[in-house]
Design a protein around this ligand. Structure first.
Ligand code: FAD
Ligand code: SF4
Length: 332
């Protein structure tokens, strides 16, 4: 592990100033929150910062609901959010996605902000033995293309990178039209999650719209009738402690047995959490007819491109949508 010093700033402004001195990615100064992802990256030599700036005690950890929706401080742990009665009662999709993530030990330590900022699980990114990784070393190539790539994305890929975003939480939040509150040297701003992550294009090392020093201060989720009937379906290689092969987050506003409005996002298949507006539009007005559900879900495959070993995800994600819609629609 590369040696580093741990800074414990007195307040958030000092932390932001520390981090802002450094560049945008692979910087000599990095934030650390719960440390569950950062420590792995340090141990594996994937990150080699000179300084780590601890966010402990500097960020809001409150969870509150009001008529406008839900607000979650970035320092709240995954476990705290998953167990909060307002979340389990009105925003169950978030609790389901969190409880399907990692393990109780990790969830007790990991923060909501850190979850949204976790790095990809692409094995070539996490193993510095592979020299070619445009995300880790811009311009070096991509070891995943043409190699074993069953974990990789089929949506939003580029010639530079096919790594899947790993966060289950981000998929649930994308389906709920959530936003992140961004704090930095300037006044706080709010960015919809759909616009927070960047497609890899030619610069896969730039993963979000955060500027140097900026960080996530909170997550906001607008109130909407669809938040009540929802389901997070996660397909994974084993029943716990495993990332998604494919996941589907579905939230439905129902008119009796018919869908009035659907929100659908996919995980495990996109280079970022992936909303499927064509599927959502096709689900409007659909009842229990399985053939119409399948036809709507099939639209998710329109822009999908398999990489060989992960071609199966294109069929699997359609099935995941159908099953998640059926489960969500059956909820009281
Ligand atoms: C064994 C294991 C299994 C896992 N399984 C899953 C899974 O199934 N699903 C899933 O979604 N996740 C999974 N995870 C990932 C886990 O959820 C993340 O490691 C965790 O959420 C990161 O939060 P943290 O507070 O520990 O972040 P840290 O490790 O402290 O930081 C992670 C990154 O976020 C940055 N950061 C932290 N806070 C902020 C902030 N507020 N603003 C801006 N940047 C910030 C840091 O600089 C760093 O780059 C797993 C992790 C492990 C170790
Ligand atoms: S898929 Fe992306 S993260 Fe993985 S090796 Fe290729 S460039 Fe690196």
């Amino acid at each position: 592990m590369h040696p580093f010093t741990l800074e414990r700033p007195r307040d958030l402004n000092a932390a932001i100033a520390w981090r802002a001195q450094a560049g945008r990615t692979d910087a000599p100064v990095e934030y650390i929150a719960g440390g569950t992802d950062m420590l792995q990256l340090l141990q594996e030599d994937v990150r080699r910062p000179e300084r780590l700036v601890s966010l402990a005690g500097l960020l809001d950890a409150r969870i509150a609901t009001g008529p406008d929706g839900l607000r979650i401080g970035a320092a709240a742990t995954m476990a705290q959010v998953a167990a909060h009665p307002d979340v389990t009662g009105q925003y169950a999709l978030i609790a389901e996605a969190l409880l399907a993530s990692a393990s109780p030990q990790v969830r007790n330590q990991a923060t909501m902000g850190g979850n949204l900022m976790q790095r990809t699980r692409c094995p070539y990114f996490r193993d510095v033995g592979y020299a070619a990784c445009n995300k880790r070393a811009p311009g070096s190539g991509c070891a995943a293309m043409g190699a074993e790539n069953r974990w990789h994305a089929v949506l939003g890929t580029s010639d530079s990178c096919i790594a899947a975003n790993a966060s289950d939480l981000a998929v649930a939040l994308a389906a709920l039209d959530a936003s992140v509150e961004i704090h930095g040297a300037a006044a706080p701003r709010s960015v919809r999650l759909a616009e927070f992550y960047r497609l890899p294009a030619a610069s896969p090392h730039l993963e979000t719209v955060l500027q140097p020093g900026e960080l996530i201060g909170a997550i906001t989720v607008p109130a909407h009738p669809a938040t009540r009937r929802s389901h997070y379906l996660k397909v994974r290689d084993r029943a716990s402690f495993e990332f998604a092969v494919v996941s589907a987050a579905v939230a439905l506003d129902m008119d009796g047995e018919r869908i009035r409005e659907a929100r659908v996002a996919l995980g495990g298949v996109g280079t970022m959490p992936w909303r499927v507006p064509m599927v959502e539009a096709a689900l409007a007005g659909v009842g229990k007819d399985p053939s119409r559900l399948r036809a709507a879900a099939a639209l998710a495959a329109r822009d999908a491109h398999g990489q060989g070993h992960n071609d199966f995800k294109i069929e699997m994600m359609q099935r995941a949508i159908v099953r998640a819609v059926e489960i969500a629609a059956a909820r009281p």
